[in-house]
Design a protein around this ligand. Structure first.
Ligand SMILES: [Zn+2]
Length: 256
């Protein structure tokens, strides 16, 4: 283990306070859920009359970084691939946590009673009997971010001590964490992009998400159908990703 992750290992994120009502739900410490694709469809789909703002100019191309993200996600020379992925996940978690913290007044149990990510899509979390269950977005996000934070602090997954290497299961843990972070992005775009605009954060947020998607593509951390479930095909950030591919910002998934 090099000194880099070792040094950032000391920069722990402050403990995230649970949103009101979180204590009423199952608190999982087990692996992150794989929602049942068959039950992700909303019973009464709402059909939006207009396109979401994040798919419209000028917001769809608002960015701090111009051009393709391909080169900045590559593993630098002499850096271990697992360590590069670990550092990336660590950074994405912290940056996403900052953005979400700015939105917690809006992402409430009342405003977001489900973890929506598209007009007819929401994500489920396993209940105490491991049954995929619809829970409010702030509760889902608290569980997901807490699980990622716990993993980041787990020496067996993210070794920070000299001579401790990454285990063979690290790629699996990395994919699970990536999926959780992805779904938080997906919810913010679907439900809170207007607030992102009001805070003038769209260029920062688009750049962070495009970087995150390019990173996931480079290291095979999850395909869109797995991240969005088969019910999310073409919805929400899936469509945004396709637009960014058309604009030359990202590579198509079929390239791998
Ligand atoms: Zn929300």
């Amino acid at each position: 283990m090099s000194g880099f992750l070792n040094s950032i290992g000391r920069l722990r994120a402050p403990k995230r306070p649970p949103p009101p009502g979180v204590g009423n739900y199952y608190d999982p410490t087990s692996p992150l859920p794989i929602p049942s694709p068959s039950s992700d469809l909303l019973p009464s789909p709402e059909t939006p009359l207009t396109k979401p703002l994040y798919l419209c100019p000028p917001f769809v191309k608002a960015a701090l970084v111009k051009g393709s993200f391909k080169t900045i996600v590559k593993v630098p020379a002499y850096v271990d691939g697992n360590e590069w992925v670990a550092i990336g996940l660590f950074d994405f978690y912290h940056m996403l946590n900052h953005f979400y913290t700015a939105l917690t007044d809006f992402c409430t149990i009342q405003n977001c009673p489900m973890m929506t990510a598209g007009p007819t899509l929401y994500f489920l979390w396993p209940d105490a009997n491991r049954r995929p269950t619809a829970i409010p977005a702030p509760v889902y996000i608290d569980y997901a971010m807490t699980a990622v934070q716990k993993a980041l602090e787990d020496e067996s997954i993210f070794p920070t001590k000299a001579n401790n290497g990454f285990s063979d299961t690290f790629p699996q843990s990395a994919r699970s964490m990536y999926k959780s972070l992805f779904r938080v992005f997906a919810h913010i775009y679907h439900s809170h992009f207007e607030q992102i605009l009001h805070l003038s954060l769209e260029a920062h947020f688009n750049s962070l998400f495009a970087h995150f998607l390019a990173f996931g593509h480079e290291f095979h951390l999850g395909r869109m159908e797995e991240l969005m479930t088969s019910n999310g095909v073409g919805q929400g950030v899936w469509e945004l990703r396709e637009k960014w591919v058309e604009m030359g910002i990202l590579e198509p998934e079929s390239d791998r």
